[in-house]
Ligand binder design. Structure first.
Ligand SMILES: [Cu+2]
Length: 416
């Protein structure tokens, strides 16, 4: 039997404690003063071997994706459910969302490269859901696409996902059913696969490792659509209880058919798909009004903490539908990974674009003490319901700023 490590998180905090290191989870230890000295020093003219050697085969999965666990291989097991919960974005703004393990974002999963991940996913809502493992090279059946690779997971059903953690790097997971609504409503979380050989740590000697998940929401749209959806799901459940036909149709409702031919022949017989205005009226497009880092808008976003001389790794994940351009004041940083993969040549920059579905890792050196803004430079996203300042903004906060003579008014540290 393979060795199974069972994790049964009930909250984000428990999950983090169980899973290891993550944002804000007691990471205030760490050496700092000698970090600069220990960072790998390159001599003038010295090349940077072995940064990443280009290989046309680098996109190949490190392990065959259709393998199953062998005896003795480590399996990390997690229980994740989805339920409707109230989430507060900023004081006074609460939404009803679909939340993985009652948190937004869902719990961070952090596992070593090459080991196994087993997730028992239970749906505690009347709507259908799945989990898609974004960026993971896994067996087709585990990909979490409803009516593509699996039946959608219905109320009180559990589906077990099993895959090997590959490739290494910063990834995420999200629901793939009615994605525009369900992801806005909270169904996403970080999936970090730790490198077997952490080359970045050898070179940069970073200590703390932060995860910032970027997302946005149209609170009005989510409220209206969730209400409508819950009403129609309740009606369908009632019909399903009393009708054989509805039971047979279960899973193929809402315009879903066995294949394209069945869909087209139904249309020829008079079926009107739900996206046609005749059925639903004009479909609203999202008008995003809150922009979040780890589920919170400024000033309730968590700061990124650093000390002079320390290096930190910051993982940016865009789980939303808009591009974001994270800009750090007072520093250049290294852009070292994109979509989990180490760049062949790191890029020195102060603003990093993170596109929907992409992740980017950066290394910040603590070289300029102070309390520095770190925010999306698309100004639309630094508002709460149209009012500045808000949204996708946080601070790079030096813990030793005051000691080092930085004298800024306390008011900047809104969330400290
Ligand atoms: Cu869903």
């Amino acid at each position: 039997m393979a060795e199974i490590e069972k994790k049964n998180p009930s909250s984000r905090r428990d999950f983090l404690t169980a899973g290891g290191t993550a944002l804000g989870a007691g990471l205030l230890f760490g050496r700092t003063s000698d970090a600069l000295a220990k960072r790998k020093q390159l001599k003038r003219g010295e090349e940077i071997p072995p940064w990443v050697k280009f290989s046309p085969n680098a996109t190949n999965p490190p392990y065959p994706p259709r393998q199953m666990p062998k005896p003795g291989e480590k399996i990390h097991e997690f229980d994740i459910d989805v339920s409707i919960q109230i989430h507060e974005i900023v004081p006074g703004i609460k939404i009803h969302g679909f939340l993985y393990n009652k948190t937004l974002p869902g719990p961070e999963i952090r596992v070593p490269e090459g080991e196994w991940v087993k997730v028992n996913f239970t749906n505690r809502t009347a709507e259908f859901h799945t989990i898609h493992w974004h960026g993971i090279q896994l067996a087709n059946e585990m990909d979490g696409v409803p009516l593509g690779t699996q039946w959608p997971v219905g109320r009180n059903q559990t589906f077990t996902y099993l895959f090997r953690a590959q490739p290494a790097g910063t990834h995420f997971y999200h629901c793939h059913n009615m994605t525009p609504l369900h992801v806005q409503a909270g169904m996403f979380g970080a999936l970090i696969i730790e490198e077997k050989n952490n080359f970045l740590k050898d070179v940069f000697y970073y200590e703390r490792d932060y995860t910032l998940v970027l997302s946005e929401i149209d609170t009005n749209m989510v409220e209206v659509q969730m209400n409508e959806m819950m009403k129609s799901m309740a009606a369908m459940e009632k019909m399903a209880e009393s009708s054989t036909m509805m039971r047979e149709m279960n899973g193929r409702m809402m315009g879903w058919f066995r294949d394209k031919r069945a869909f087209l022949s139904a249309i020829a017989s008079g079926y009107i798909p739900p996206y046609m205005p005749a059925m639903t009226g004009p479909a609203p497009t999202a008008n995003f009004n809150f922009f979040m880092i780890n589920g919170k808008s400024y000033p309730m976003t968590e700061e990124v903490r650093i000390k002079s001389g320390e290096s930190i790794r910051v993982r940016l994940i865009n789980a939303g539908a808009m591009p974001h351009y994270m800009h750090l004041h007072g520093h250049d940083f290294w852009h070292v990974c994109e979509d989990g993969a180490i760049l062949q040549s790191p890029i020195k920059r102060n603003t990093i674009p993170v596109f929907p579905g992409s992740t980017a890792d950066i290394i910040i050196h603590g070289t300029n003490p102070g309390h520095w803004h770190f925010h999306d430079h698309s100004d639309i996203s630094t508002t709460n319901n149209g009012v500045f300042p808000g949204g996708m903004m946080t601070m790079l906060m030096y813990e030793d700023a005051e000691k080092l003579g930085v004298n800024v008014p306390d008011i900047i540290a809104v969330n400290s």
